[in-house]
Each structure stands twice: as C-alpha cells, then as structure tokens.
Design a protein around this ligand. Structure first.
Ligand code: ZN
Length: 202
C-alpha cells in the first residue's frame, strides 16, 4: 500500500488511533491491510460511541472474515478471554453489549447506504472482479465513506450467547482427557463425534 494514499486521509481516526498507526496495527496482526479490517474498525467505533463510556462490554461478530480480527485489535475483547464470540451468520455485522445486562448495539454494513460509494458496494457484493478494485482504489473509497455506510440498532443479547463459567472439570471415561462436567457423562467428541479422525502416531 502506497503510504502517499494514506497521507491524504491523515485526519481519519480509528479506535482513537491516527490512520497510519491503525494501519500499522492491522498489518502487524492480520498480515495485510484488508479492507474488511478498516470497515470493522469503523464499526467498532460506531458501536462504542453508542455505549455508555464506563460499560464493560463483550462482543459478537457475525462473520468469520476480518471482523474477529478487527474486534481483537481495536477492543479488549478476544476469543481467548471469551469476551468475543463468533456466530457464523455470514453477515458483516457486530454487536458490542454490556456483559452484565446484555444491552448493547448492533452495527452492520448497510448496502442501502452504499449508493454514493459504488466501488465499495461492488466489492462488498462481489460484483466486480478483484483486479478491477485494487487496494489503491478500494482503500481510499472506504476512508472517504468512513462511518456513513453503516447502520446500527439497540439490541439486547440473549443469554444463550456467551460461554459462561468453566465450572467443574472431570476426566472423560472414554478418552481420558479433561473436559467441563456440565457437558455430560462423556466429553463432546466422544459423545457426538469430533472434528477429526485419528490416523497414526502416538
Ligand atoms: Zn472423551
């Protein structure tokens, strides 16, 4: 990415960071400046400004692409601290919510707001081949649009989301590995099949 392009947008802030610092963070964490990370950064800002400042929030993302990394980069919520959950709805949306009350804000990329930004819309809906929308074109379009292509709504997150407390641990009588007691008499892969079959080795 030619840094001269970014120079033209040096008034843009993402998660309290000047654009250049935000881009550096994105490249370090995500490996490259993916457009979805910029969108995600703006979405986090939209959500956070609508939440009371003092609130301790959790996050849900509705797509496995880019959004998990945007939340992990620009909020304290990570998969590992269990404050970030992924529900794979395939929608480019995220919710930040008060971890005590479930009250929060859902923000989504709103195609009905992209009329003034056809390049973003064509990229977002995969209507243009990748080579027609190189980063040199797409990134400035996204930085110009800023927060204008998102919508938000107040929501209450249902209690089914969230991993809850780990609780007691026991050893699975079948495989011998430890797992949460609340999962039942056997660990989940032993009771309903796991994501792998064993091949060879020890
Ligand atoms: Zn087991």
């Amino acid at each position: 990415m030619d840094s001269r392009i970014l120079n033209e947008y040096d008034e843009v802030m993402i998660a309290g960071l000047p654009l250049k610092d935000a881009v550096e963070k994105i490249e370090w964490f995500h490996g490259s400046l993916a457009p979805g990370l910029l969108l995600g950064g703006f979405m986090v800002d939209v959500a956070r400004e609508l939440l009371p400042e003092s609130v301790l929030y959790n996050a849900v993302v509705e797509s496995p692409y880019c959004l998990p990394d945007a939340v992990q980069l620009f909020t304290p919520c990570t998969v590992g601290n269990s404050w970030l959950q992924l529900v794979d709805y395939g929608r480019f949306a995220l919710t930040l919510y008060d971890k005590d009350t479930g009250v929060g804000v859902r923000v989504w990329a709103d195609v009905s707001k992209m009329d003034a930004h056809p390049k973003i819309r064509d990229w977002f809906l995969k209507r243009a081949p990748k080579k027609e929308l190189p980063l040199e074109t797409l990134i400035p379009a996204i930085l110009t649009a800023g927060r204008s292509i998102f919508s938000s709504k107040s929501v209450r997150v249902s209690e089914t989301i969230g991993v809850g407390k780990k609780g007691n641990v026991r050893l699975c009588p079948n495989c011998g590995e430890s797992y949460p007691e609340k999962h039942g008499a056997l660990c989940r892969p032993c009771s309903s099949g796991g994501y792998y079959q064993e091949t060879h080795g020890s």
